[in-house]
Design a binder for this molecule. Structure first.
Ligand SMILES: NC(=O)c1ccc[n+]([C@@H]2O[C@H](COP(=O)([O-])OP(=O)(O)OC[C@H]3O[C@@H](n4cnc5c(N)ncnc54)[C@H](OP(=O)(O)O)[C@@H]3O)[C@@H](O)[C@H]2O)c1
Length: 396
C-alpha cells in the first residue's frame, strides 16, 4: 500500500526567521483575540444581539493531528488536507488578493522561493497530498525542485497533476490569454511527457483538467484508450470538473467503462458553502469507490474575511459567528465544512502564504456540528450565479 502516513518527516525551515517570527506573532495575537470572542459568546446575550442562541463550543485545540485516508478504492493513502499550487506556480491568478499576497515578488526565483516556503509550512503541518497541473505556470517544476531538494522519497507524498490546458500568459499577470484548453490525444501525450519530466517518478495521479460535456473529451476513444494505457503503468487516472454542469459530467465519467472496469478512479470537484450543488453526485461517486478531492473550498478567497463585496456581508456575518463560536477563523470554518462531508477524501488548500496554511490547517481541529452546518447552509447560491461570478473574477 502506498502510504504517506508511515513516513516520519523532518521539519523544514527554509523561510527566513523573521517570516516565522511574524507568523507566530500574528497567530498569538489572533489566539488572544479569539479567546476574548469565545468569552463573549458564553454570555447569555448572544453575539451582538444577533438573535442566535449560540452556545460556546468546547475547545479542541491540538486534539487531533492530520489524518490520512485512502483515496477512494485506490491504494493511495492521502492526508485529509492537500495543497494546490495553482496560485503559487505563476504570477497571475483569479484568487481575490493574489496581487497583494505576492507583492512585488513575482520573478521566477521569488515565486519558486515562495512556493518552497509554503510547501515547507504545509509539510510541517502534516499535508502530504500535492495538486499541480501543466497549466499552473511552473508549479510542476517548483514542486519537483522542492521534493528533490528535501530528498523526499516517493512513498512519502502523493502527487496529482493534470493535463488539458496550456499555460500561455508568458509570466505576465494580465495576459491576453492565460491558458488554452486542448483535450486531444496529441496534447495528452505531449503534456504527459512534460509532467513526467518535471516530476520524474513522483506522479501518482493524472487527471483530465476541467472535463466538461462540451469539451467532448469523454467521448474521444483515442484519449480514453491512452488514459487506460497509462493506468497499466501504475498511474491512477482521474478528472477534474468545473462549471454548473459538474454533476452531469461526473455521471458520464462514472459510466465510462474500459476493458470491463471504470476508467476514472478519482474526481476533483468544486464543493464549498456557496456552491454545494455537486454534493449528491460526489456522494454517489464516493460510494461507488471513486476518490474525491475537493477544490476551491474557499471559493477562490470569497469565503474569507478579505472578501470586500458588500453583498457578501450578511453571509460573512454568519461565517464570523461560527468562527467565534468555534474559537476559530472564517477560512477554517469554510474548510471544515468540506472536511465534514463524508465524500471528501482530500480537501485542497489554495494557500499562498505560510499564514494561510496555518489558518487553513486549523480547520482540522474543528468538528462542525449539525447546528453549525444548518446555519452555514444559508450561504448556498444557485450554481449558475456562482459560476457566473467566478468567471468574472479578475486575474491579478
Ligand atoms: N479545474 C481544476 O482542476 C481546478 C480549478 C481550481 C482550483 N484547482 C485546485 O484547487 C486548489 C485550490 O483552489 P483555489 O486556490 O483556486 O481556491 P480556494 O482554495 O478556494 O482559495 C484559496 C485562496 O483563498 C485565500 N485564502 C486562503 N487562506 C486564507 C486565509 N487564511 N486568510 C485569508 N485568505 C485566505 C487566498 O486568496 P487571496 O489571498 O488571493 O484572497 C488563497 O489563495 C488550486 O491550487 C488547484 O490545485 C483545480
Amino acid at each position: 500500500m502506498r502510504s504517506a502516513a508511515r513516513f516520519t518527516p523532518p521539519a523544514f525551515r527554509s523561510c527566513s526567521p523573521q517570516y516565522w517570527a511574524r507568523s507566530w506573532k500574528l497567530l498569538s495575537v489572533r489566539r488572544r483575540l479569539s479567546s476574548r470572542a469565545s468569552f463573549d459568546l458564553s454570555s447569555k446575550r448572544g453575539v451582538n444581539g444577533s438573535g442566535y442562541n449560540l452556545q460556546p463550543v468546547p475547545k479542541k485545540r491540538n486534539a487531533r493531528k492530520m489524518e490520512s485516508r485512502s483515496l477512494g478504492s485506490t491504494e493511495l493513502m492521502v492526508s485529509r488536507l492537500g495543497l494546490g499550487l495553482a496560485a503559487l506556480g505563476r504570477p497571475g491568478y483569479i484568487n481575490l488578493h493574489h496581487a497583494k499576497d505576492l507583492g512585488a515578488q513575482s520573478s521566477e526565483a521569488a515565486m519558486e522561493h515562495r512556493a518552497h516556503c509554503v510547501l515547507d509550512a504545509a509539510w510541517n503541518a502534516g499535508i502530504r497530498y500535492f495538486d499541480v497541473a501543466r497549466s499552473y505556470g511552473l508549479a510542476e517544476k517548483f514542486l519537483g525542485s522542492w521534493l528533490r531538494s528535501h530528498s523526499i522519497s516517493r512513498p512519502a507524498v502523493i502527487v496529482g497533476s493534470k493535463w488539458g490546458y496550456t499555460y500561455t500568459a508568458d509570466w505576465k499577470i494580465q495576459a491576453q490569454s492565460n491558458e488554452i484548453k486542448n483535450h486531444t490525444l496529441a496534447n495528452l501525450q505531449k503534456q504527459w511527457r512534460e509532467s513526467a519530466s518535471w516530476l520524474n517518478g513522483y506522479i501518482d495521479l493524472y487527471q483530465i483538467h476541467s472535463a466538461t460535456m462540451e469539451s467532448g473529451v469523454l467521448d474521444d476513444p483515442s484519449v480514453l484508450e491512452e488514459l487506460a494505457r497509462l493506468k497499466t503503468k501504475d498511474i491512477h487516472i482521474g478528472l477534474s470538473l468545473s462549471g454548473p454542469d459538474q454533476t452531469a459530467t461526473l455521471r458520464k465519467a462514472m459510466a465510462t467503462i474500459l476493458d470491463g472496469s471504470r476508467l476514472f478512479e478519482t474526481v476533483q470537484a468544486t464543493w464549498n458553502l456557496l456552491e454545494p450543488s455537486a454534493g449528491p453526485a460526489l456522494s454517489e461517486a464516493h460510494a461507488a469507490g471513486m476518490g474525491v478531492i475537493v477544490k476551491e473550498a474557499l471559493a477562490n478567497g470569497r469565503l474569507t474575511n478579505r472578501n470586500p463585496d458588500p453583498g457578501f456581508a450578511p453571509k460573512l456575518a454568519i461565517l464570523q459567528q461560527e468562527a467565534a463560536r468555534f474559537d476559530s477563523s472564517v477560512d477554517a470554518i469554510a474548510l471544515a465544512s468540506c472536511l465534514v462531508q463524508p465524500f471528501a477524501d482530500v480537501v485542497l488548500s489554495g494557500a499562498v502564504t505560510a499564514e494561510h496554511v496555518q489558518g487553513n490547517v486549523n480547520s482540522f481541529l474543528l468538528n462542525l456540528d449539525g447546528e453549525a452546518m444548518t446555519r452555514l447552509a444559508a450561504l448556498a447560491e444557485p450554481a449558475q450565479s456562482y459560476w457566473a461570478t467566478r468567471k468574472n473574477l479578475p486575474w491579478n
